[in-house]
Design a protein around this ligand. Sequence first.
Ligand SMILES: NC(=O)c1ccc[n+]([C@@H]2O[C@H](COP(=O)([O-])OP(=O)(O)OC[C@H]3O[C@@H](n4cnc5c(N)ncnc54)[C@H](O)[C@@H]3O)[C@@H](O)[C@H]2O)c1
Ligand SMILES: [Zn+2]
Length: 346
Amino acid sequence: MISSLRVGRGLLANPAWAARHLGKRLCLVSEPIVHARYGRSLLKALAGLKIDAAVHLLPNGESAKTLASLRLLYASLSRAGIGRDGGIIALGGGAVTDTAGFAAATYLRGIPWISVPTTLLGQVDSGLGGKTGVNLTEGKNLVGAFHQPVSVVCDLKTLDSLPLREVISGLGEAVKYGLVFNRRFFDQMRRDWDRLLALEPSALAPVVRRCAALKLGVVAKDERETKGSRELLNFGHTVGHALEAECGYGVLRHGEAVVWGMRAALALSIMKTGLPQQDALDAGRFLASIKVPRPEVRPDRLVARMYRDKKVRGGMLRFVLLRGIGRPAVVPVTEKEARDSLEVLT
Ligand SMILES: NC(=O)c1ccc[n+]([C@@H]2O[C@H](COP(=O)([O-])OP(=O)(O)OC[C@H]3O[C@@H](n4cnc5c(N)ncnc54)[C@H](O)[C@@H]3O)[C@@H](O)[C@H]2O)c1
Ligand SMILES: [Zn+2]
């Protein structure tokens, strides 16, 4: 099932979408910072529509994504009398939508939910696609489920309060869609970059709309990541995920790690898929101009982490690379090639 998508400014002020997609017994799941800024007024707007929602606040950031916090959330859902005819509104960044989405996937064997991502990363990536889950002490996202939200509501107004670093992280992820799927979209983002950093609505709205629609389109064809097309969304993520883990979660933002990962994937594309020099220069220079912190990591440890990734098959790493901008290919990569690509980090 594909989620309906709404992108616009001020969508939280009139939550008719909640009445349309969920029953009358709802639980709003958020975290303290986002709730104070946007959740309270959303509750009032819901009350105006005669929807009386219970509230459950998760801890801020990655600490939301634990079995312990999930257990408290299940208890709140039960106390609030949420049945299969009710549902969850998840309001927050990826940490909230991952956790609340997983609760929706599992509580009463599955109840409907609406994803309302409030970070730019969430609006172009983590708030869409139905991958939900929490972390274990043994590793990130080890417990989870595919459970599509019935609707995704991206209110661009919520991004006004986002720190610049979170904006850059979301835009880094957005650049991925241009590089993998569409050269003209990549050129548009390069041209509009300063306006995007300033969150100018006329530049930002089409980018969020395009990324979200691209992601939902890919997900619709390959909901459970079994057919390969969803794999293309992992461009920059083999190295990116390894970097996030190696630096310690929270040190690099997800989109920042993906920017480094895309630089490594470009180096590999020159070696392995004949990425034309001009494309390599255009993409490489642009990615190098994005202001992300340079991590200090040991390449051998990063390569070891990549081998622990879910995507290793037959002992070979599998990378999404580019034959050209907008022309992706999934290619097996040797340990030495992967190590060589990490020179971009030094
Ligand atoms: N499910 C997926 O497909 C998917 C994809 C990528 C990442 N993720 C997950 O997403 C998580 C990261 O998500 P994230 O980057 O959105 O971070 P996050 O949820 O940790 O939020 C980052 C910070 O931004 C703050 N914040 C959120 N909205 C705000 C707003 N509008 N104004 C001001 N501050 C705001 C939060 O309080 C938090 O401190 C990770 O756990 C990652 O594993 C999931
Ligand atoms: Zn991502």
